[in-house]
Ligand binder design. Structure first.
Ligand code: AMP
Length: 403
């Protein structure tokens, strides 16, 4: 798959056509009120383009995890209302518990060019996450053309991301997916060098496999966060009670040997911010010490990189021309343990290099710390961007038509 070679909404003529658009309207809700509209805003360029070109725009998305049953608190009704306001035109909400039901069919039947209909939460249907044939066909029966603009679910083969494609005439990428592919794809496939990749966070299991692919792409790999301690253990250091994946120690040793062979630099913490206990609650005031990376006492855990490490990492970022970052350097939710993450975020904010943030917690960290608008691109998909970095094919993108 060449992800950069997919047809987009710029390559099709939608005038008078029924266009089903898979969006990512998985917004946070509190008592039925949307608390963060970023995902809705991110979907607007594609929707506006299709309206302007005279398409009949049928939107769909999942919201939360209703687990295959109608759950009124996970209805997309609030999204329809927010969209109507943002677009300045009515978005008809087809409130069918079976998603493609009488309301949806009647609403689509009545559509004029430029009209917008929103279907109910696709995960009200149990087949959705299993890529079931019947629901895929039902979705496809509503439309002539399919547009996928939900990067956040592009790594999942579901009815509304993959199955539907074989039931329409054309399937193309929307602007949001196009933007993600452009920034992530160019950063990884044709980076301006030096290319520095920073990995952190706590999902050690899912993040360690990324390293093997990145060793073939990056000039330097910077490792921080919970990821670092399996590497330090592989170097023979005691890591106390820090996060570690015992089953991956040999893998880390292997990766360090491969990096040396390929001339790729792997930077690991040279000092660590340690505590006796994990803060509870997470932002509780705690006592910390900073020690050299090979001096973590047996009854302490490292919850952030140390000051010398923060400087080392910031200097490496300063010398880079492309930086991709996925995962915080420490438990950044606690201000006392956020210093390493702040130092790295600041170095990214200050550089002229292309900076791409790989969604999830690193995106949250960059935004909370106020550096969001200083980054070249912040991905909308944590899991999807990680699988992209791993070199995996994203099924929701692979399924789209090539140029
Ligand atoms: P992830 O979802 O993999 O990006 O992980 C993000 C989470 O990693 C955040 O909630 C951090 O608090 C956590 N984290 C970062 N560094 C550490 C560490 N050294 N030990 C435990 N958790 C960590």
């Amino acid at each position: 798959m060449n992800a950069l070679n997919k047809k987009t909404v710029d390559d099709i003529n939608v005038k008078g056509q029924k266009v089903l658009v898979r969006c990512d309207f998985n917004v946070p809700l509190k008592n039925g009120v949307i608390t963060d509209e970023n995902r809705i805003n991110a979907a607007l360029p594609t929707i506006k383009k299709l309206i302007a070109d005279g398409g009949k725009v049928i939107l769909c998305s999942h919201l939360g995890k209703p687990k295959g049953e109608p759950k009124p608190e996970l209805s997309l009704a609030p999204v329809a209302k927010a969209l109507s306001e943002k677009l300045g035109k009515e978005v008809v909400f087809a409130a069918d518990d079976n998603v493609v039901g009488e309301n949806a069919k009647a609403a689509v039947e009545k559509m004029q060019d430029g009209d917008v209909v929103l279907l109910q939460n696709t995960r009200y249907r149990a087949e959705e996450t299993k890529n079931g044939e019947a629901f895929s066909a039902e979705l496809g029966s509503l439309a002539d053309i399919f547009v996928n603009d939900a990067f956040g679910t592009a790594h999942r083969a579901h009815c509304s991301t993959v199955g539907v494609v074989s039931h329409v005439k054309e399937a193309v990428a929307g602007y949001l997916i196009g933007k993600e592919l452009k920034y992530l794809g160019n950063a990884v496939e044709t980076p301006v060098r030096p290319f520095v990749c920073i990995l952190g966070g706590a999902k050690v299991d899912s993040k360690l496999p990324v390293i093997e692919n990145l060793l073939t792409k990056a000039d330097t790999l910077i490792i921080g966060g919970g990821m670092a301690y399996t590497f330090l253990a592989a170097k023979g250091y005691g890591v106390g009670t820090s996060l570690i994946d015992e089953s991956k120690i040999d893998y880390c040793r292997d990766m360090m040997a491969k990096a040396e062979e390929k001339g790729v630099k792997i930077l690991l913490p040279i000092d660590c911010t340690i505590t006796k206990n994990f803060p509870d609650p997470i932002d509780a005031e705690i006592e910390i010490e900073v020690v050299d990376a090979d001096k973590i006492p047996a009854d302490y855990m490292s919850l952030d990189i140390g000051t010398k490490t923060a400087e080392l990492y910031a200097t490496e970022v300063k010398n880079a021309k492309t930086v991709v970052w996925n995962g915080p350097m420490g438990v950044f939710e606690n201000p006392i343990l956020a210093k390493g993450t702040i130092a790295v975020a600041k170095s990214l904010a200050e550089t002229d290099a292309v900076t791409v943030i790989g969604g999830g917690d690193s995106a949250a960290a960059v935004n909370i710390l106020g550096f969001g608008d200083k980054m070249t691109h912040i991905s909308t998909g944590g899991g999807a961007s990680l699988e992209f970095l791993e070199g995996k094919e994203l099924p929701g993108i692979a399924a789209l038509n090539d140029k």
